[in-house]
Every structure is written in C-alpha cells, then in structure tokens.
Design a binder for this molecule. Structure first.
Ligand SMILES: NC(=O)c1ccc[n+]([C@@H]2O[C@H](COP(=O)([O-])OP(=O)(O)OC[C@H]3O[C@@H](n4cnc5c(N)ncnc54)[C@H](OP(=O)(O)O)[C@@H]3O)[C@@H](O)[C@H]2O)c1
Length: 323
C-alpha cells in the first residue's frame, strides 16, 4: 500500500510517500481501507518529537513510521474475534497510539471505532474523533459546563478547540477563545463571545477569572493557571510542555486542597461511547466539524506545513481515496 512515512523527527520535509506492507489485522482488529484521515495536534507533535511525550514510542527516532490518528473508511477484513463489524461497513474512529492513518489501509481494535452515519461524508467523519472526544470530555463529561459559566478555551482554533468552543456555547456558557490573531474572527464565527490573541495577551495576567478552562497547549506555571480560575473553578490541560504537566501533577492536588481550585491533567481515553455522543450532536446540526482544507495523501507534508505555520482554522483533512 501507499503511505506517508518518516524515520526521523523533524520538519514536514522528513515525510516521504512510500510503498509499504499492508498491515495484517490481529484476531481483535479490523483492517480498514482508509478514505479520509484528519490532522490533529498529536500528528505535529509526533512529527517534530516535541513535547517529550511525543517520543514515548521512540526517544531517538519515531517508534512507528506512519502518523495519522483519526480515520474514516470501509472495513476490508475483520479478525476472528470481531463481532461488531463486517467487511463493507463504513466506520470511523481513532487509531491506537495515534498512528498509522496516513496510509491506504490501517488496523484498529473495534472498541475505538463506530459506524459512520450514512448522512455524513468520510471527510466529516474523519474530522471528529480525537478533537471531538477531548472537547466532549473537557466541556460536558468531566467539565460539566453550566449555563452562564465563564469558559476559556486555550488553543481554541485547532482540532479540539473548535469543538470545545461550540460545545460550551451549546450548553449556554459565555466563551472566551484564545488563539493567534489570524484565527480570532473564525472563533467569533463559531460563537466565541470574547477572543484573545495569544501573541499579544497572556490570559492568566489580565485579572479575568473563569469557571472552566480547557487548555490544549499549556506552557505556563501552575500558579498562573490557578490565578485565572474563580474559586471552585476547574482548569483541564490535555497537552503542552512536559515541565508544566509535571508541575500540575505534583502541585495540582495541593492547590485543590488549599484553594478549592481544581487544576489537573485531563486524560482522555479513546472510546466509542464518547465518539458516538459527539457525532450525534454533529448529526443533529448542533455543532459542526469545521474543515478548513483538504489535501490528497501525497500532499500530507504540505498539509502539515500549513498546520505548522499557524494557518489552519479547525480541521485539515487528507483524502486518501480520490473523491
Ligand atoms: N490528554 C489526553 O488524553 C490527550 C489525548 C489525545 C490528545 N491529547 C493532546 O491534546 C492536544 C490536542 O491538541 P489539538 O489537536 O486541538 O491541537 P491543534 O489542532 O494543533 O490546535 C492547537 C491550537 O493552539 C494554538 N496555539 C499554539 N500556541 C498557542 C499558545 N501559546 N496559546 C494559545 N494557543 C496556541 C494553535 O495555533 P497556531 O496555529 O498558532 O499554532 C492551534 O490553533 C495535543 O497536545 C495532543 O497531544 C491529549
């Protein structure tokens, strides 16, 4: 099969289109012919090998040569223990370890896959999984956002952020979106009531406080996040510098005990239940997977360059099968 591979961490220039062996599903896996795959922050992190957790699979060189986590496609073969799906089914979901998707075929266990709704295109379905599930957990399942609450999304114009802004608005919150200057109008168009340009203003230093913060790209001290929270407020981080994550892990429980402010890492396991829940909201038209650009498989390097230059608004989707 054709795949976009890389053998060292670096810029999009290290990515190459190559012929590689088609993966063989285990007894507990499904082989999927990939139609579309979307780009997430995890792909960029895996490409450059930063933050350090992006090197968990391989410290010096990538543990897996193919990036790409969120796929939509058609089941080609199923392992002998798979009951949920059969060849021909249209499915979508996250790949384990966030890799393997920039390819014509990929294998996944059935538990992170769901049936693609008939009224949804492969592109739309591929745009939902990782970002949608993070946002659902951060806003609704764990964040339990309430009408009238002040919610801030840091990194609001990317994959998880665009879903989070829409969900927070859907549940009646007053939403502040933080991203670069080129994405602020876009955030307003998604419903953000207030926007902050991270290149000009530090949201932890403007004396405003929030009930709920979802941060996809944390790099400050844990005390800065505490400062931005109302008493009893919650700050969830899903990605960012390892130094910040360690601080939160070590000092978050103490901050919680002494101030009532909940500063913690939000771990979001890949799962079908949340995937179906966020997809149902998309099907009902309550939120939308926002697709900025589309590229063919051979142009994954260009797609990742576009994302890396800070230009992507929402999702960038790779069409693996010509439409
Ligand atoms: N916790 C978990 O269980 C879990 C599970 C899966 C994934 N993750 C992590 O969750 C994160 C998800 O990110 P994503 O896919 O939403 O990323 P994304 O699509 O890359 O979006 C990140 C957004 O943040 C913006 N940004 C960059 N620097 C910023 C700054 N200093 N302040 C504010 N915004 C900034 C980016 O804008 P520019 O274009 O200007 O860079 C971009 O719009 C990743 O780190 C991933 O590894 C966590």
């Amino acid at each position: 099969m054709k795949a976009i591979v890389y053998y060292k961490y670096g810029s999009p220039d290290v990515l190459k289109l190559e012929e590689v062996a088609t993966p063989i599903p285990t007894d507990d896996e499904v082989l999927i012919k990939v139609h579309a795959v979307s780009i997430n922050g995890s792909d960029r992190e895996g490409l450059i090998g930063k933050p350090l957790y992006a090197r968990l699979g391989g410290l010096r060189k990538p543990g897996h040569p193919i990036l790409g986590s969120d796929i939509a496609g058609r089941v080609e073969r199923v392992g002998r223990n798979i009951r949920q799906f059969q060849p021909g089914d249209e499915v979508f979901g996250e790949l384990p370890g966030y890799h393997g998707g920039f390819a014509e075929y990929a294998c996944a266990p059935d538990k992170t896959l769901a049936r693609k709704p008939a009224g949804m295109t492969f592109e739309e379905a591929a745009a939902i999984p990782q970002g949608g599930v993070i946002a659902l957990q951060g806003m609704r399942e764990k964040g339990m956002v309430q009408p009238g609450q002040n919610v801030l999304i840091n990194g609001a114009g990317g994959s998880a952020g665009t879903f989070a802004v829409q969900l927070a608005k859907l549940y009646g919150a007053e939403v502040t979106g933080v991203d670069n200057s080129g994405k602020l109008d876009f955030l307003r168009s998604l419903g953000a009531d207030h926007v902050i340009d991270y290149t000009r203003e530090d949201f932890t230093k403007n004396r405003k406080q929030y009930d709920l913060i979802l941060d996809v790209i944390a790099h400050r001290s844990v005390f800065a996040y505490r400062r931005a929270l109302k008493p009893n407020g919650t700050y969830f981080v899903v990605g960012g510098s390892v130094a910040t994550l360690f601080q939160i892990l070590l000092l978050g429980p103490w901050i919680r005990r002494t101030t009532g402010r909940n500063v913690r890492i939000l771990v979001v396991p890949q799962n079908r239940k949340d995937l179906i829940a966020i997809t149902e909201l998309c099907e009902a038209g309550k939120i939308i997977p926002v697709i900025d650009r589309r590229y063919p498989l051979s142009e994954v390097p260009e797609a990742l360059r576009y994302v890396g230059e800070g230009r992507a608004k929402g999702k960038v989707v790779i069409n693996v099968v010509d439409k």
